[in-house]
Structure formats: C-alpha cells, structure tokens
Design a protein. Structure first.
Length: 213
C-alpha cells in the first residue's frame, strides 16, 4: 500500500511546490544575505523504495549537493530514520551524495527523526552539539512552508534555503548506482502498523519531541 502512496506523493508535492516558489526564492535570498556560508544544512529524509530514489529524494539531495559545492554550506546533515520502508533514509541520501562527489566526512547522519518537525529539531540539535552554529533547513518549498512556523517558535536562529527550481533544473540529474542492500533493516515493521493515524499526526505536529533534551 505504501508503494502506491509514494508513487502519487511526488505529483502532489511538485504541484504544491510550484505554488510556494515565489516565497521560497525570497527565503533563500534572505538566508544567503544573512550568511554567505552556513556551517550545516539539514535535509529531511524521504522513504527509499528500492531500487532507486524517487523524485522527491532526488530533488532534496541534489539541492543540498548544489549548496555544498557552491560554498553555501560546509556540512550536510541528512535526517531521517526507517519509517515507511526498511531503509534508514539519512543513510541512503548520504550514499547518493557521496556518489556525486561530496566527501563522506562532510555528511552527518541523523537517524532518529520520523516526522518533518523531528527532522528540523533533531537535525538542528545535532548540528549545535557538534559546534555548528549557522544552520539552515534545505528542502522543497512545500515542506519549508509546513515547518516554518515550528522553526520560528522553537529555533529562533534557524534559516531557510528552500529549493529554487530554476537552479535545480540546471543541475546534473543522472541516477548513480548505490549499494543499498547492506542498509536494509531485517524484520522491519512500517510506522503505519505500529502507530495510529492520529498518533502519527501528533508526531507531524512535533508533539512527540522532548523539548527539554
């Protein structure tokens, strides 16, 4: 069932992203005016359905690689646990980034987050724990909009570098081969079978985060 959902999700996502693109451009310009280079950008995960990434993961990873290669960030924090598929999302995204030439030492894995707000929170806290002070969220415009209020409430100095599609379409879009099989979790159970819809919805709203940690 989740394979059908993730087949349709990119279509809905890209339609929504285009609606938010003007605001995304403003946020990115504002963020790069505040800091020419960030210590780290957080990239929220996407479920990996073998044998290759979908359009959403490709979009987020390619954008993060672009920000790294043009000097807008020193590090990339890939964030995401194994939630809907038996692969840790952050680990899979790291494999792809390495294939595009990003040094493994410059990619940090955050493998606890199960929801978008948790990607933001845990990614930010991990960055700070490593002494990375200037932090931004680098994801699609739709997810940026969804998490913006959460970030403004809890993480006052977090900036936003949403995907700019005019730039994204100029980047290489080849699909490299990655060895994902060693990263498959045995006896995996998807979140849809362990949590109710409303419990997951609360997680999306950040209700499962311990803000005192």
């Amino acid at each position: 069932m989740y394979k059908i959902i993730f087949f349709l999700a990119p279509i809905v996502l890209f339609s929504s992203c285009m609606l938010f693109q003007p605001s995304a451009k403003k946020l990115t310009r504002r963020a790069l005016t505040a800091h020419k280079q960030y210590d780290a950008v957080i990239v929220p995960g996407v479920p990996f359905i073998e044998p290759k990434w979908d359009q959403t993961m490709q979009m987020r990873v390619l954008w993060a690689i672009h920000l790294y290669k043009n000097g807008s960030t020193k590090k990339i924090i890939m964030s995401g646990s194994s939630v809907y598929s038996p692969y840790v999302e952050a680990q899979i995204m790291k494999l792809y980034a390495i294939e595009f030439g990003v040094p493994a030492d410059d990619i940090i894995v955050e493998d606890k987050a199960q929801h978008s707000t948790e990607n933001v929170w845990y990614g930010y806290k991990l960055a700070k724990s490593k002494g990375l002070e200037r932090v931004a969220l680098a994801t699609d415009p739709f997810q940026t909009r969804m998490t913006y209020r959460f970030g403004k409430r809890w993480l006052k100095d977090l900036k936003y570098l949403p995907v700019i599609f005019d730039t994204l379409k100029t980047l290489p879009h080849n699909v490299p081969e990655i060895n994902y099989r060693p990263h498959k979790i045995e006896n995996f159970v998807p979140i849809t079978e362990t949590q109710s819809f409303w419990f997951r919805f609360k997680g999306t709203m950040g209700k499962h985060i311990n803000f005192n940690e």
